[in-house]
Design a protein around this ligand. Structure first.
Ligand code: ZN
Length: 234
């Protein structure tokens, strides 16, 4: 049985309706909003493809998150091996500050939270060709103005790097999974240099979750994520 059989049915073809922010997906599919600027939109992607590409990435992110959670919840041996590789300890390790709950179970809860939010939160995915990273999230108190339910899709999202052994849809889905972790757990997932002084270990490093989810689903991970994860302390 494929682990994808745990996943929601594919979204229906686009039949949403327009709002101030753009198109809202139909109720049966994931509920999210998109904002795609007028042509040239999000180069090199044609403007008409902006919304369908975001939809495909959101659906893929839900698949990746649910699959990663399922494999951890069922104690899949490959999940345990990948968990050790990315997070640096066994998923069965008890976490004292979480009532001795297993570390893998806590990570699975975060993956499920991402899938649920993508399904129903109505997050706005905004094409922003002015920013040069893959994507960014502005959900915390440092943002001005604060936008707690917005993910900006930057140049890297629209231009997947060459040499990835990974379909663009899943590359983009993993990027969205990463950003949703920031958005949902804004005081937990940081990157080095954060003003809080957070040392950024692997358990609070969205790169680790992103690479784990891709590998757990049988995809290659982006080496940038693997490096950004494994160079952090356990
Ligand atoms: Zn990040």
């Amino acid at each position: 049985m494929s682990y994808f059989s745990f996943l929601p049915a594919p979204a229906r073809p686009d039949s949403g309706f327009n709002t101030f922010f753009g198109q809202i997906s139909p109720p049966a599919g994931p509920v999210f909003r998109t904002q795609c600027p007028a042509p040239p939109g999000c180069p090199p992607v044609a403007n008409a493809q902006c919304q369908p590409i975001i939809r495909g990435a959101v659906v893929s992110a839900i698949q990746l998150a649910n699959n990663a959670a399922s494999m951890l919840e069922t104690g899949h041996p490959e999940a345990a091996r990948l968990f050790q590789f990315f997070f640096g300890h066994a998923p069965s390790r008890p976490v004292p500050w979480a009532g001795n709950r297993a570390s893998g179970a806590i990570v699975a809860i975060r993956f499920r939270a991402v899938a649920r939010a993508l399904q129903s939160r109505g997050t706005l995915f905004r094409c922003n060709p002015a920013c040069t990273v893959n994507a960014s999230t502005c959900a915390g108190s440092e943002c001005s103005p604060r936008e707690p339910n917005v993910v900006e899709l930057c140049q890297g999202f629209w231009n997947p790097p060459a040499g990835l052994h990974l379909a663009p849809q899943f590359f983009r889905g993993a990027v969205i999974l990463h950003e949703m972790l920031h958005l949902l757990f804004t005081d937990f997932f940081h990157h080095p240099g954060h003003s809080s002084g957070d040392p950024v270990r692997r358990r609070d490093n969205a790169h680790c979750y992103e690479a784990f989810a891709l590998r757990a689903a049988g995809h290659a991970a982006d080496h940038v994520d693997v490096t950004a994860c494994r160079t952090r302390p356990v």
